[in-house]
Each structure stands twice: as C-alpha cells, then as structure tokens.
Design a protein around this ligand. Structure first.
Ligand code: NAP
Length: 292
C-alpha cells in the first residue's frame, strides 16, 4: 500500500482564500484586520517565522506587524508591550513567539494577553473553553486546529476511531487530544496520549487508526509502529544538519515518511503538511475573532 499524501499547501491556500474574503468584507467597513507578532528574543529562526507570517498576511489582506524586543530583555517592557497591544484598536490579534526566554517563562506573559486577541489560544481562558465547551467557544491553538482541518478537508472521519497523540505539550499534544475527543462530527475519537514516560509506545500506535506525532524527534515513528491502513499526521518540524543543503540543514518530521507511507493509508509530508495549515489557521482565527 502506498499512502495518499495529505498535502497541506492546497488546504492552506483554500483557507486563506476564505480568510481574504472575510478580510475584504471588514476592509469595506473600514476595518483592516491587524495582527501583531511579538518576537521577545529575535533570532534567525524567529525572524524567518515572522517573514512567513508577513507573507501569509499579504495573501489574506491582513496587516501584520512584527515587533522585536530589544536586548537585553526587560521583563517590564515585555508586559508593557502586550498591554499596549491589548488596548490598540488596530490590533485584532496578538501572537507571542514561543518558546519564551527564561526571565519570562512561558506562562506569565501569555496570560497578560486579552483572550479575545489571543489568536493562538495560549491564554488559560481559551484553553479552558476548549476543555469545557470544545472548539468554537474561544480561540483554539493553531497547530492542533490545523491538524483537525487537514483531516476534515481530507474526508478522514474519526468518530469512534482510536487516535494516538504522541507528545503532551500545551501548544500541540494536549489541546489536540481535547479537540480529537470532543463530541463533534469531525472528531469524537477515543484518544490515547503518549509522552516520554509511556512504556511500549509502539503497542499503542499499532492499535491506532490515527497517529499524530508531535515529539520533536526526527523519524521517531517508523513503519513497524503503524498499523497498515492507519492515517498518520506529522507535526514535527526538526532542523537536521545537512551539509549538502545550502542552509546547512534540512527540515525533518517526527515520522520516517518513506517507510511509513508504505503502510499508512494517508500521511502528511514535512515540509508542506501541517506547517502551512497552521499559519492559515492563525489568519482564520484572526478574522473570525474580529468584533464590530
Ligand atoms: P515539546 O514542547 O518539546 O513537547 C514534546 C513532547 O514530546 C513532550 O510531551 C515529550 O514528553 C514528548 N517526547 C519527547 N521525546 C519523546 C520520546 N522519545 N518518546 C515519547 N514522547 C516524547 O514540543 P512541541 O512544541 O509540542 O513540538 C513537537 C514538534 O512539533 C517539534 O518538532 C516542533 O518543531 C513541531 N511543531 C510544529 C508546528 C507546526 O506548525 N508544524 C507547531 C508546533 C510544533 P514529556 O512531556 O514527557 O517531556
């Protein structure tokens, strides 16, 4: 069996086309959708992320501002910046690039965000709504939302199926497990969540109808871990040293794509799978969150 490749880019472009229509509607009413991306510690990868978001904004009719904090980082200034953006009516969404450096930690600054502008669903208010009420009640973290969107648009029905999520981060694994288990026509799965203390992970994955890998370990999921016919979604985005690449590295997923595609019925590639859909979901969260 050779798997159907679930390409993320066409799905992302379709989402972005819908976002553009919504953004143009707002523009006709005098509101240009605005997104602020805060780079608390600007690095080459976070700047590259910023350029990617800027380009997506151009495609969607969303005005993106990338705000870099100055070194040395002053905690007080970071909080002041978030409060200023919370109060800025031209800013409808704020995303703070994670991970955050140690003086801030991941939580405190993110909890300063206005939950209505927290378009990556990092605020406890949004995470709580996801747990209690499911998707649609607040902003849902973009990567897990993107995984569900890929599955939905690819016609993968999950009701009553066994989904195994690898990784329990607050940005991917935990909210994804919550999304997959919610009582929704496109979810409603039985979910197993594995992490670094899980014993015999392959015993779980081999029983899964859906495996989602978000561990940050290149090639972690091998063909032997996948039940023939299962659907495999690879969230992993890992920079692997590669002297033959002009950048000196290549991007690798958490799934050994070449072997797993021979046993799975469908699989997302890396790059070009979950990544572009995550960005599109960010734009979608933004325009859907604007209130008159
Ligand atoms: P993270 O915060 O480092 O969490 C990794 C999780 O995987 C943890 O729960 C960890 O377990 C678990 N884990 C690590 N090694 C393991 C092992 N050998 N066996 C079982 N579980 C293991 O990572 P993340 O932020 O969730 O990101 C995961 C991957 O997704 C990374 O490659 C990241 O770059 C990528 N990512 C991609 C997107 C996208 O848009 N495509 C977005 C976000 C992240 P413990 O909790 O026990 O430590």
């Amino acid at each position: 069996m050779t798997a159907r490749i679930l390409e993320g880019r066409p799905i992302a472009r379709a989402i972005e086309a819908d976002v553009k229509v919504r953004a143009e509607e707002w523009a006709r009413r005098g509101v240009v959708p605005g997104l602020a991306l805060v780079l608390v510690r600007p690095t080459n990868p976070s700047r590259a992320y910023g350029r990617m978001i800027l380009k997506a904004g151009e495609r969607c009719g969303v005005r993106v501002r990338v705000l870099e904090m100055e070194e040395p980082l002053e905690k007080k200034k970071a909080f002041e910046l978030i409060r200023r953006l919370n109060g800025d009516p031209s800013v409808h969404g704020i995303i703070v690039k994670r991970p955050l450096p140690p003086p801030l930690g991941d939580e405190a600054l993110l909890q300063t965000l206005d939950p209505a502008k927290d378009v990556d669903g990092a605020h406890f208010g949004n995470l709580g709504k996801l747990m209690v009420r499911g998707a649609g009640a607040g902003h849902v973290p973009c990567t897990p939302a993107g995984v569900l969107e890929i599955l939905r648009r690819s016609g993968v029905m999950l009701r009553g199926k066994h989904a195994v999520v690898l990784g329990r981060s607050v940005t991917v694994g935990k909210p994804l497990a919550a999304l997959l288990m919610q009582k929704d026509p496109w979810a409603d799965a039985t979910v197993t969540l594995c992490h670094s203390s899980t014993q015999n992970i392959e015993e779980h994955t081999r029983r899964a109808d859906l495996v989602v890998a978000a561990v940050g370990v290149p090639g972690f999921v091998t063909a032997a871990m996948v039940r023939p016919g299962a659907v495999v979604v690879d969230v992993g985005t890992n920079a692997v040293p590669d002297p033959s690449n002009p950048r000196g590295y290549r991007l690798a997923g958490d799934v050994d794509f070449h072997s797993v595609k021979e046993v799975a019925s469908a699989i997302t590639p890396v790059p070009g799978g979950v990544g572009p859909v995550t960005t599109a979901m960010l734009m979608k969260n933004l325009v859907e969150g604007i209130t008159p």
